[in-house]
Design a protein around this ligand. Structure first.
Ligand SMILES: Cc1cc2nc3c(=O)[nH]c(=O)nc-3n(C[C@H](O)[C@H](O)[C@H](O)COP(=O)(O)OP(=O)(O)OC[C@H]3O[C@@H](n4cnc5c(N)ncnc54)[C@H](O)[C@@H]3O)c2cc1C
Length: 375
């Protein structure tokens, strides 16, 4: 099976991971930050319980992207009364309303020019979106459908505008300072100088999205979209590792519980050296640990977790403050199995358990060639 490594867990990375998993590939997502989501991250920046979007906050494409729509994610979208308002120096504001009529009337004498440009795109949005947000360049049939939906003249005008710079488009399209400033405000989201192409395209897209989709926020913060996407990646696959600390009962019985606790601490600290930020480590009974590695295939999980003995040795040699290692011989057995939509987590745990006991038995036989039972 082909394997893909996705670098970064922003919305594009997670969407790519889902598409690759859906395509049957084994996928691992690597994230450098201590959280998933990239630009969708939300954090408690002020008071406990108050989530703030650190970067992206209004997510028209979170709702309007044809790919995201197919995922039917568990995100509650909240629409403000009006998508956006651009305040002006005289204390008034020009408002992007959901309705095209209301927006055009707020633009006064520039309303009809705005309507001429935007209306064909709003009406043809369902056909335009797959062409604009899909493969580049779009397949010819999809491109043709999009052009037909917006009308050839409307499509050509929109394409010219989209490729232009904000200043030239605003000045040629609108007469009033109010409309020009309002359009420039949308274009500024491109983070390009307003004289640079294609800043006008970003402004145009945001205005069209305001009417066709709205500018929704995700309830609970943009992180909830990231979490829903990451949840879908996890649902679609990953690896389960079951780790059994060998001989813990003997250590507890013969050397005392303090030594037993040191043995547990040593193995847990070694496991921590092998996991990534988004993995889950669970104490699974007295002498077992369960590790869930979302998006990691079995081969990679094996490569990583078969290094556990050497990590245990590292911990023994250089313990971190906060714990004293168990210094005598210490071994742990590892069993790994994948989980996915088709292999439920409990089935994967049972399989990992079986693999772990087979490996434990094989190691025992190796250590005791005469076949004598060891504890
Ligand atoms: C200030 C600001 C406000 C914005 N507001 C909005 C908004 O309101 N609405 C909107 O739709 N868009 C907004 N955007 C744009 C939006 O944030 C981005 O388009 C979106 O986040 C891009 O997603 P991405 O997956 O491509 O990359 P990112 O979201 O940037 O994610 C990239 C991820 O990759 C990780 N990474 C990078 N290098 C490595 C590496 N070598 N190894 C492992 N991990 C790595 C990063 O830690 C990060 O988590 C805003 C952008 C900014 C900067």
């Amino acid at each position: 099976m082909s394997r893909a490594l996705v670098v970064g867990s922003g919305p594009n990375g997670l969407a790519a991971a889902i598409a690759l998993l859906q395509g049957g590939l084994e996928v691992e997502v690597r994230e450098a930050a201590g959280w998933v989501g990239g630009g969708l991250h939300s954090a408690e920046l002020t008071l406990p319980g108050f989530a703030h979007d650190v970067c992206a906050s209004v997510l028209p494409l979170g709702l309007g992207s044809p790919f995201f729509r197919t995922l039917d994610l568990d995100v509650e979208w909240v629409h403000p009364d009006a998508p956006a308002a651009h305040p002006l120096d005289d204390g008034s504001a020009v408002v992007l309303e959901r309705g095209l009529d209301e927006t055009a009337s707020g633009l006064g004498s520039d309303g009809s020019a705005y309507r001429r440009l935007v209306e064909p795109l709003v009406e043809g949005w369902d056909e335009l979106a797959p062409a604009l947000l899909g493969r580049v360049p779009p397949p010819p049939r999809r491109g043709l459908r999009a052009a037909r939906a917006a009308g050839l003249r409307g499509f050509a005008a929109a394409a010219r505008t989209a490729l232009g710079d904000a200043r030239s488009v605003a000045e040629s399209l609108f007469e009033t300072d109010r409309a020009q400033a309002w359009f420039a405000g949308h274009c500024a989201h491109s983070m390009l100088p307003l004289e640079r192409r294609p800043s006008a395209g970003v402004g145009l897209a945001l205005a069209v999205l305001g009417h066709a989709v709205g500018w929704p926020l995700a309830r609970g913060g943009s992180q909830s979209l990231a979490d829903a996407l990451a949840g879908r990646v996890r649902e679609l696959g990953g690896s389960i590792v079951l780790i059994d600390l060998d001989g813990l009962k003997r250590i507890n019985d013969t050397e005392g519980h303090e030594e037993g606790d040191r043995a547990i601490w040593t193995v847990a600290t070694a496991i921590k050296k092998l996991v990534r930020g988004n993995d889950h480590v669970i104490r699974w009974g007295g002498d077992e640990f369960l590790v869930i590695l979302p998006g990691m295939d079995e081969e990679l999980a094996r490569k990583r977790f078969y290094m556990l003995p050497s990590k245990i040795d590292e911990v023994k040699q250089s313990p971190k403050p906060g714990g004293r290692p168990y210094t005598k011989f210490l071994a742990a057995s590892v069993g790994i199995h994948i989980y996915s939509k088709r292999v439920a987590v409990d089935v994967a745990i049972a399989q990992a358990d079986r693999v772990m006991y087979e490996r434990k038995r094989a190691h025992r036989e190796l250590r005791s060639p005469a076949g004598e039972k060891t504890q």
